[in-house]
Design a protein around this ligand. Structure first.
Ligand code: NAP
Length: 279
């Protein structure tokens, strides 16, 4: 039976540490969240992020813009926030409505305020092994892996999914820890056999219970990033948790695994950005 990695508890510890750090900082860190349109899930995510900021003493502001906002209007908001000395972190809540150019707009956020780690300077810094702002979900996933494995060196990590938001930065972070990393995606052949070789298996696909128990190496650490809504309305991950639980050495649940770490790491990134801004 696997050890369940309690992301909720680990995120709570991290938030507590952040709260103490905020109290020692000369200036209160500030985070701005830009929310465009009416996507209900995005509204919930933003509300949770603002609440988490309040909890640890980070100032947060929300810039709500209507569904029909233009690229130029968002550009102006980003430019104002880039120039605002009280704002240290800027987050553009994704996905944006279809008529907007997310790739272009993300790149307008100043690299030192880019708490989502999506500016190409931060993407490049991660690949080059230079200090920068790293996307929150992979950063949080690495903390969860390290909570159960102290030395990752030489372990085989398989990451399913190659998005810029998760799969690619996750693979880079694992490489930085000296793992041997395999990246899998929708065109990968023999996915089950590849997964079965993993000491660390990370699934970020968005397909309900795709990873089966017989894809998992006995004793492996399984990180389930996927969030899927089942027909019964409940959430589940990309891993068939009940089957995997009997085979894996450690596993994250959904919900209560990676999810809470994403927000905690956003707070950590805001502090990091504030320290860069104040140095
Ligand atoms: P994404 O951009 O849609 O990427 C999905 C990846 O999965 C792609 O690289 C795709 O391959 C790959 N894929 C699709 N079908 C596959 C298959 N049958 N076999 C192997 N690979 C397959 O999604 P994302 O943003 O990375 O997010 C992935 C999941 O994580 C989603 O469920 C999302 O909700 C969740 N997520 C959770 C958090 C959190 O805080 N917990 C944060 C971010 C994301 P191709 O590149 O070949 O198309």
């Amino acid at each position: 039976m696997a050890q369940i990695i309690d992301g909720k508890a680990i995120a709570a510890q991290l938030r507590e540490t952040i709260q103490h750090v905020v109290q020692t900082m000369p200036e209160t860190p500030g985070l701005a969240v830009i929310l465009v349109g009416d996507d209900p899930a995005s509204h919930v995510y933003v509300r949770n992020k603002i609440k988490a900021c309040e909890h640890v003493g980070i100032n947060s502001i929300e810039r709500r813009l209507p569904e029909d906002t233009t690229n130029e209007e968002i550009e102006r908001v980003i430019n104002d926030l880039n120039a605002d000395p009280d704002i240290h972190g800027i987050l553009l809540q994704l996905p944006l409505p279809d008529h907007l150019d997310s790739d272009y707009l993300i790149q307008l956020i100043a690299a030192h305020k880019d708490v989502d780690g999506l500016n190409l300077r931060n993407v490049g810094a991660l690949v080059a092994g230079i200090d920068g702002l790293v996307p929150c979900t992979p950063e949080g996933s690495l903390i969860l892996i390290k909570s159960v494995i102290t030395n990752l060196s030489g372990l085989h990590a398989v990451v399913i999914g190659r998005s810029l938001l998760f799969g690619k930065p996750m693979a880079q972070l694992l490489l930085r820890e000296n793992c041997t990393v395999t990246m899998a995606h929708s065109r990968t052949k023999n996915l089950a056999e590849i997964c079965k070789q993993a000491d660390i298996l990370v699934a970020a696909v968005g397909r309900e219970k795709m990873v089966k128990a017989d894809w998992i190496k006995p004793g492996a650490c399984v990180i389930d990033v996927g969030i899927n809504r089942m027909d019964n309305g409940k959430l589940c991950g990309d891993v068939d948790f009940d089957g995997a639980f009997d085979v894996a050495g450690a596993i994250t649940p959904v919900p209560g695994g990676v999810g809470p770490m994403t927000i905690a790491c956003l707070l950590a990134n805001t502090i990091k950005a504030a320290k860069i801004g104040q140095s």
